[in-house]
Design a protein around this ligand. Structure first.
Ligand code: HEC
Ligand code: HEC
Ligand code: HEC
Ligand code: HEC
Length: 195
């Protein structure tokens, strides 16, 4: 009988230790907040980004759009790909992740390659104590710990610009230096020091 109690206690202890270890595990999955939130404080970057092809990557999934290119790549030009889970991860913001794109009706501002696909999901780093008007002189290193991607680098782009894209051109591998300024947005100097 006593042995039973001992085993039961041991089991409970082991179980609760494992469970709390799981809870305490740091998560790298910060939630997406959407481009409209970034726009409030970064209107210049937003306006410039809006003109890039990356802002409208959702639209090319619609039937009839870029029909010739789709035919060439072996896709059906008349098909509606706007709900296709094969395409959405590279043509929307945070698809399948917390706070990310679900559908154009539910999450219209997560359509296209939004700010957070390059700068990191903003659920944590846009809180008051990090990047905010109350804390304009934030330390960049503190933000990087909670999800800000800095500097935006080649790895960021290659999540999507790789041979899983039906349009990837093997003869023209992704050239970060050349495309960094073409594909992103105009850059404006920061006012404060963040080092
Ligand atoms: C409440 C205002 C506010 C919001 C919302 C906001 N930011 Fe910022 N952000 C700032 C301020 C202030 C700075 C520092 C500006 C400066 O130094 O001139 C900044 C700086 C940045 C920088 C430069 C980082 C560095 O230190 O090199 C990036 C990138 C950035 N923001 C991206 C974003 C993105 C992406 C979002 C949305 C997810 C966002 N911001 C939302 C206020 C905001
Ligand atoms: C791995 C990421 C990824 C996936 C998955 C993906 N795309 Fe793309 N798509 C891209 C990138 C990056 C480009 C820009 C061209 C390039 O470098 O491949 C692109 C370009 C396009 C274009 C423009 C082509 C042109 O020449 O005008 C269309 C249309 C398109 N994708 C549709 C789709 C459809 C439909 C699917 C699903 C069947 C899909 N994509 C899946 C990343 C992806
Ligand atoms: C979430 C996926 C994703 C990420 C991340 C991404 N891109 Fe793209 N990019 C696309 C898709 C999809 C297109 C195709 C748009 C179209 O054809 O209309 C595209 C198109 C472009 C274009 C336009 C190409 C043209 O034919 O004019 C440039 C330039 C570009 N990306 C550069 C970059 C750079 C630089 C980065 C990293 C800093 C990056 N992209 C990150 C998905 C992505
Ligand atoms: C395709 C990638 C990409 C997307 C999408 C993108 N950015 Fe950037 N952003 C960059 C790169 C590259 C830099 C240069 C600094 C660096 O290397 O980190 C930058 C720099 C910035 C900066 C610093 C100041 C400046 O103007 O250089 C801010 C603020 C910023 N981005 C905000 C935004 C906002 C807001 C959005 C969405 C409306 C956005 N970005 C979308 C790639 C991107």
């Amino acid at each position: 009988m006593k042995k039973h109690v001992l085993f039961a206690t041991l089991f409970l202890w082991l179980f609760s230790t494992l469970a709390s270890a799981q809870e305490a595990k740091p998560t790298n999955e910060f939630a997406f907040v959407g481009t409209q939130k970034c726009k409030k404080c970064h209107l210049k970057q937003y306006k410039s980004w809006k003109k890039t092809k990356m802002a409208s990557t959702f639209d090319v999934l619609k039937p009839g759009v870029r029909a010739e290119a789709k035919k060439k790549a072996g896709l059906d030009p008349d098909k509606d790909y706007t709900t296709d889970k094969e395409c959405l991860p590279c043509h929307t913001t945070g698809y399948g992740k917390p706070g990310g794109f679900i559908s154009i009706e539910k999450t219209p501002d997560r359509a296209g390659v939004g700010c957070e696909m390059c700068h990191g999901a903003g659920g944590e780093y846009t809180k008051k104590q990090f990047m905010s008007l109350k804390n304009k002189r934030y330390k960049r290193a503190d933000l990087v710990k909670v999800g800000l991607v800095h500097p935006v680098n080649e790895k960021t782009c290659i999540q999507c610009h790789n041979d899983k894209s039906p349009f990837y051109d093997e003869s023209k591998p992704f050239n970060f230096k050349e495309l960094k300024n073409k594909g992103t947005h105009k850059h404006f100097p920061l006012k404060y020091k963040h080092d």
